[in-house]
Write a protein that binds this ligand. Structure first.
Ligand code: S3P
Length: 165
């Protein structure tokens, strides 16, 4: 079975929220690969990173994406870094993948990086910028549709996707 829509984008792009809106509009179920990994491994993502390292997490995430693509016919929200895995990029080929694009300021706001405290959070914000700059071409490569989400509500983003479908 083919998922109707797969959402990709960096942390703060609204994948989880938009997935719920989209599911409401389409009468579909939502599956989230972050939740799948946590359930399968009976561990939080933060603990998986600390205990086993990022490479191990990425493999677990790729397996979760592959399983979800095979099993789930609704809306699928991927973890922000899932597209870093070559196997995942290949598995997404031919699916309706939507890149939820977002600017740094908006993404930082949505994930709670308050820029009024640059001494505390500036470094994290610059890490987010690096991550977004590195990944933007990869999201764009795997996506069949891009939505610029900065000025849109989650419902408006979902409406855009429904119009595109
Ligand atoms: C990650 C994003 C997270 C989660 C993990 C790694 C990333 O998902 O998969 O912490 O590398 O961007 P969200 O994009 O849902 O926050």
């Amino acid at each position: 079975m083919t998922p109707r829509v797969v959402l990709v984008g960096p942390p703060g792009s609204g994948k989880t929220t938009v997935a719920r809106e989209l599911a409401d509009l389409l009468g579909a179920d939502v599956r989230d690969t972050d939740e799948d990994v946590e359930r399968t491994h009976d561990s939080t993502i933060a603990d998986l990173f600390v205990d086993h390292g990022e490479a191990h997490f990425r493999d677990a995430e790729a397996a979760a994406v592959s399983t979800a693509l095979a099993e789930h016919a609704g809306i699928l929200a991927l973890g922000g870094g899932a597209v870093l895995h070559a196997g995942t990029r290949a598995a997404l080929d031919g699916h309706r993948v939507v890149f939820l694009d977002v600017g740094l300021s908006e993404a930082a706001k949505r994930v709670g990086l308050n820029t009024a405290r640059p001494l505390l959070l500036g470094n994290v914000r610059s890490q987010l910028k690096t991550l977004m700059d590195e990944r933007r071409p990869i999201y764009a490569e795997v996506a069949a549709h891009v939505v610029s989400t900065d000025a849109l509500t989650p419902r408006e983003v979902a409406d855009d996707i429904v119009r595109w479908l």
